[in-house]
Design a binder for this molecule. Sequence first.
Ligand SMILES: Nc1ncnc2c1ncn2[C@@H]1O[C@H](COP(=O)(O)OP(=O)(O)O)[C@@H](O)[C@H]1O
Ligand SMILES: [Mg+2]
Length: 329
Amino acid sequence: MKQNETRQPIMKIRHLTKEFKIKSKKLGAKPQILHALNDVSLDVYEGETLGIIGESGCGKSTLGRTVIQLHKATSGSVEYQGQDLFSLAGAERKAMKRDIQMVFQDPYSSLDPRNTCEQIIAEPLKVHGIITDSKARQDRVLELMREVGLDIQHMNRYPHEFSGGQRQRINVARALALQPKIIICDEPVSALDVSIQAQVLNLFNRLQRDHNLTYIFISHDLGVIKHVSDRIAIMYLGRVVELCEASQIYDNPLHPYTRALLSAIPPESPFEKKQRIVLKGEIPSPIGDQVGCPLAGRCPNCTERCTREIPKLKDTGDGHQVACFLYES
Ligand SMILES: Nc1ncnc2c1ncn2[C@@H]1O[C@H](COP(=O)(O)OP(=O)(O)O)[C@@H](O)[C@H]1O
Ligand SMILES: [Mg+2]
């Protein structure tokens, strides 16, 4: 969406950093620092889907969890509708918690197996004291079940009696119950069969249109991310290395990491020539201090400067941002 320049972000993530202390197995040794999320700054615009892509372990879940404060940020801030999220307390904090919901990857473990579908979807309405009358609450639950495509006859069933796709629909209904503004979706279809994935992705699309929802949509699957996103942030080793309109990631990938990621997808036609860019070695460990660009050790374009300095995310024009010295004049 090109009109981003004129729109105000609904959320501003600034320099968000999350470190985990890792206890060493050696007796008396100092704990080591694992840098899961490093200096991430992103704007999120109302009504958009911001896709977050990167390989396993690059910090996608940590980003989502730190934003909704399941993890305490080591440093940095998140501003939501002009308010500093991390300093909210009392009623303001409670309101914020309603506005920002999260849907997780594993649709089973995020549902309490001892509760029925109805109880699960009704719970947030109870906890937040939104509908106190039990009949009215049940009506609302049934309305939510219909909205996400669940059969209302199944309201008294337990999670194990539903399929994976249906369980994820229960999770979505529960998140939707509080009429959130933003939903952080952490790999919400990754545990589902490919045939079911498309149906659940279509559900996310429809709900977004109907409720003007904003999504931060996390996935390691480029096909999924391309399907749902307006803009895409590419992460590597806890950092955002590129940020662009969804179409640009295919038409004009800039960062050497993004190019390598894209070149790994098989070409659509056998006549299309595609050069495979292979990065040397493995993703480095996030434990310990990072010197230079996170990709330096594997990058075909690495220079001496890349081994010393960390490139910042910079705009190359019309909002396409990249963290790479190749694009600095
Ligand atoms: N609670 C935790 N304690 C220690 N390390 C963690 C914790 N959660 C995540 N990590 C580490 O942080 C890094 C990023 O993990 P994560 O955000 O789960 O990546 P992704 O979701 O992209 O696969 C990984 O190296 C992971 O091992
Ligand atoms: Mg994850």
